[in-house]
Design a protein around this ligand. Structure first.
Ligand SMILES: *Cc1c(COP(=O)(O)O)cnc(C)c1O
Length: 432
């Protein structure tokens, strides 16, 4: 399989090259040259397949000859080493719980797959790779844990100071070893901007082998398709396919869902559930795409004003007109998010995290107007990751899982930098 740059000026590369480079040298995002159709039997009889077999069938065509099948099998078994259950919340809404991995958020899937791909591709080379990543919270921790102690890989994480939760900050800053963390005085968009600048800095890239671990990397983006198929396997009513609501920030997760649909997964609808950062909902209603500075909300992993995967969504719409008709987007306020968390806890005994609550609320609104439809939302993080938001809203104490308890008192190791490219460059020259 080849991947082309959405800026269309770089030459196409293999999966291996796309995963190593992260972003094309013309600054574009990589996109697969074909969208393979998934095996019809897998759609008709998903129960006859193990999850990692499903993952293999979905992903193998995207990787092609760049990885022997036995290696890919192994890698997928390591990636999907935790359950992804579909849990019924009320009669019409189920939660696809993506938070049972090591850092309690769905980003564990992409980060685990990507780190193992880069580990495999770096075998037999002696060049050190530096993974550079901007995070609004969850990416960084998933990437840090995915790459921790992986030989030949150095990880540099940028996060916005004061804008991540305490659990996230501890997960980001306490590992040490090959994981270096930069606390940036600015917003997530500043961090993302700095990272983009580093990738387009030719001189720096001659010295260091830089790669991205944001959802723009195909090795993070593509495996996220798999759990839409796992959800389909657990869906009881194949005659009435689900509406799937996806809490969205950089739009990597929902873009993977669209790709799964392009490959043949029969979802009824995909809803991008956004917080107050509403550039995509506004685009759908006005046809004008107007990036904005991010505003801070209680679902901070979605505080993105210029979602990087938006260009992939446009490309998918070009290639497959049906996708445009099954895609919608809504913006949910913090007030509604909090009310939803309270109501769902009181009525159904289910604890939502703020991101999942945005997804739930968007889905509920849609289903109110479509009485024959049923749906699921992606519960993208464990509520405990955002306990500083969830506890006061629910007036309940959440129990910390052992994996979180053990890191809460570890020493934070982070270097503070201003949101200026010179500062990042100097750090990379010393530490990359
Ligand atoms: C990253 C994240 C999102 C947003 O996912 P995108 O792929 O960037 O749209 C939603 N919820 C949580 C908990 C996240 O960590």
């Amino acid at each position: 399989m080849h991947y082309y740059s959405l800026n269309n000026t770089s030459s196409p590369v293999s999966f291996r090259e796309a995963a190593i480079q992260g972003q094309a040298s013309d600054g574009g995002l990589y996109f697969p040259a074909q969208i393979p159709a998934v095996n019809a039997d897998l759609i008709a009889h998903p129960n006859q397949y193990e999850d990692w077999e499903i993952a293999f069938h979905v992903l193998q065509p995207f990787i092609g000859r760049d990885m022997p099948e036995t290696v890919l099998f192994q890698l997928l078994q390591e990636t999907f080493c935790f359950p992804i259950p579909l849990v019924q919340v009320n009669t019409r809404i189920a939660a696809l719980e993506l938070f049972h991995g090591p850092t309690l958020a769905f980003k564990d899937v992409g980060a685990r797959f990507m780190s193992r791909c880069l580990g495999y591709f770096s075998q037999g080379t002696n060049r050190q790779t530096t993974v550079l990543v901007a995070t609004s919270g969850d990416t960084g921790s998933a990437v840090a844990h995915g790459f921790y102690e992986v030989d030949g890989v150095q990880v540099v994480i940028l996060y916005p100071s004061g804008k991540v939760s305490r659990v996230q900050e501890q997960q980001l800053t306490t590992l040490g070893k090959n994981i270096k963390t930069l606390e940036v005085s600015g917003a997530f968009d500043d961090c993302q901007q700095l990272v983009k600048q580093a990738f387009s800095d030719r001189e720096l890239n001659q010295k260091l082998s830089l790669t991205s671990a944001n959802s723009i990397n195909v090795a993070r983006w593509l495996p996220q398709q798999c759990y839409y198929f796992f959800a389909w396997k657990q869906w009881r009513n194949q005659q009435n396919p689900p509406v799937v609501s996806v809490p969205s920030g950089n739009f990597g997760n929902i873009c993977a869902g669209l790709l799964a649909c392009a490959g043949g997964l029969p979802l009824r609808r995909l809803i991008a559930a956004c917080n107050a950062n509403d550039v995509v909902p506004t685009f759908l209603s006005t046809q004008t795409y107007q990036p904005k500075a991010a505003v801070q909300t209680i679902s901070n992993a979605m505080d993105v004003g210029n979602p990087s995967n938006f260009v992939r969504i446009l490309e998918l719409f070009q290639l497959n007109k049906r996708l445009k008709n099954i895609f919608s987007a809504v913006s949910i306020s913090d007030e509604t998010t909090k009310n939803t968390m309270r109501r769902v806890f009181d009525q159904y005994g289910y604890t939502l995290d703020p991101h999942g609550a945005v997804g739930f609320s968007a889905l509920e609104k849609h289903l109110e107007n479509h009485p024959d439809e049923l749906g699921m939302f992606l519960e993208t993080a464990h509520p405990v990751k955002f306990y500083d938001v969830v506890e006061p809203v629910l007036q309940q104490r959440l129990e910390l899982p052992p994996s979180v308890q053990s890191i809460m008192n570890l020493e934070k190791k982070a270097t503070r930098i201003p949101a200026q490219y010179d500062a990042l460059r100097a750090f990379l020259e010393q530490n990359g």
